[in-house]
Design a binder for this molecule. Structure first.
Ligand code: FA5
Length: 345
């Protein structure tokens, strides 16, 4: 039996385009195709020759089919390249550089804090940025004539509402939501934007971020507050050697109220210009929830106690990354933001 394999493979290789290749394919594999003829010829052979001839013919068929498939792939790739280069596209050139965005450093730290508090059983609550005087001040034990109002320069709106000056109004909003049929513990965090009519400088912005924390249960104590704050700050500032201390701080919605300090990360407590030689850096205010505030939230202060804290997020981010000017966060300078390249979750 003749072996026309080489002639067929040459015909396939010589097909200059997809149409020519289709013609070769039909010549070989069509109804009366030459490959089919070869296979048919095997059945005409004497019986004893058929197995060997059948095997050989089949090998030829497989080789020719493989050559056809490979050639079809080459030709279609070439056709695509020609089509693209006709439109001015050069597939051998590197593609345009894609700009990878980055998360804002406040978002990075906020996400970490949310993950951490969620893992400790806290849930995330939200509240409105346009707030009522009642929730922002009165319900927090700050009546109209109270001097504490003066410390939070407020953007008042024409309708008597205001832009919330802190995330604390969400304390009473949340307690009221859960007060009916209260199932302790109540453990929430409230990250969010706050606004104050302040003169902007290196440490003050008119728009800034806080994260409120609130825990209400039976027998909650200052020890629970300290433990929670230590755990959270150790993780977020990445310092296992972090120590905290409490100083008295006045906020009408907590009693007792504290300013919580951490040992200075720059000099490890020895004293430097950042901590003004004290070895300590003020980080956040906190305290035990005032009984009047629990009552406002519909929770019986005889049965339950709680703690709350109000963390300034920028302050924590500045400490973590060693940033010395709060205005950089909203300054819109991409060179600053690009330093925080992380893969978004
Ligand atoms: C409060 O806002 C209280 N609501 C916090 C609180 C909550 C106390 C629960 C007790 C219990 P203060 O005004 O100190 O407190 O603000 C808290 C933090 O927000 C500050 O430590 C600071 O980090 C940040 N902060 C306040 N004002 C500004 C501002 N203008 N710019 C940037 N950050 C600010």
């Amino acid at each position: 039996m003749k072996d026309p394999r080489n002639e067929w493979l040459s015909a396939i290789a010589a097909a200059a385009d997809e149409t020519a290749l289709a013609a070769v394919e039909s010549r070989l594999f069509g109804k009366k195709g030459e490959v089919q003829e070869l296979l048919r010829a095997v059945s005409q052979l004497p019986k004893e020759e058929r197995p060997a001839a059948g095997k050989a013919a089949n090998e030829v068929k497989v080789a020719v089919e493989a050559a056809l498939t490979a050639r079809r792939g080459d030709l279609s790739m070439r056709a695509m390249e020609q089509e693209l280069s006709a439109h001015g596209f050069d597939p051998s050139q590197p593609g345009p550089q894609r700009r990878v965005g980055s998360l804002h450093p406040i978002t990075i730290v906020q996400q970490e804090l949310v993950d951490l508090f969620t893992s400790m059983g806290f849930s995330w609550q939200d509240g409105p940025e346009v707030e009522s005087e009642h929730y922002n001040f009165d319900a927090l034990n700050i009546p109209g004539d109270h001097p504490a109002r003066e410390t939070q320069d407020t953007f008042w709106l024409d309708d008597g509402n205001l832009l919330r000056t802190h995330t604390s109004p969400v304390q009473v909003r949340t307690m009221r939501r859960f007060a009916q049929d209260f199932q302790p513990p109540l453990k929430v965090i409230v990250p969010g934007r706050c606004f104050r009519a302040e003169t902007v400088d290196k440490t003050h912005e008119h728009t800034f971020y806080q994260m409120e924390g609130l825990v209400v249960d039976r027998d909650v104590s200052v020890a629970n507050l300290i433990h929670t704050m230590k755990t959270c700050l150790r993780v977020v500032l990445g310092r296992q050697d972090l120590k905290v201390r409490l100083r008295p701080g006045f906020f009408p919605f907590v009693e007792p109220g504290f300013e919580l300090d951490v040992n200075c990360p720059f000099c490890h407590g020895k004293g430097c210009s950042v901590c003004k030689q004290s070895g300590w850096i003020e980080i956040l205010p906190c305290g035990m929830i005032h009984p009047n505030v629990l009552r406002q939230g519909g929770i019986d202060p005889e049965k339950y106690t709680g703690f709350a804290f109000g963390m300034g997020l920028q302050r924590v981010v500045m400490l973590r990354y060693g940033i010395d000017d709060i205005r950089l966060f909203m300054g819109g300078d991409a060179r600053f933001l690009r330093q925080f390249q992380t893969v978004p979750k």
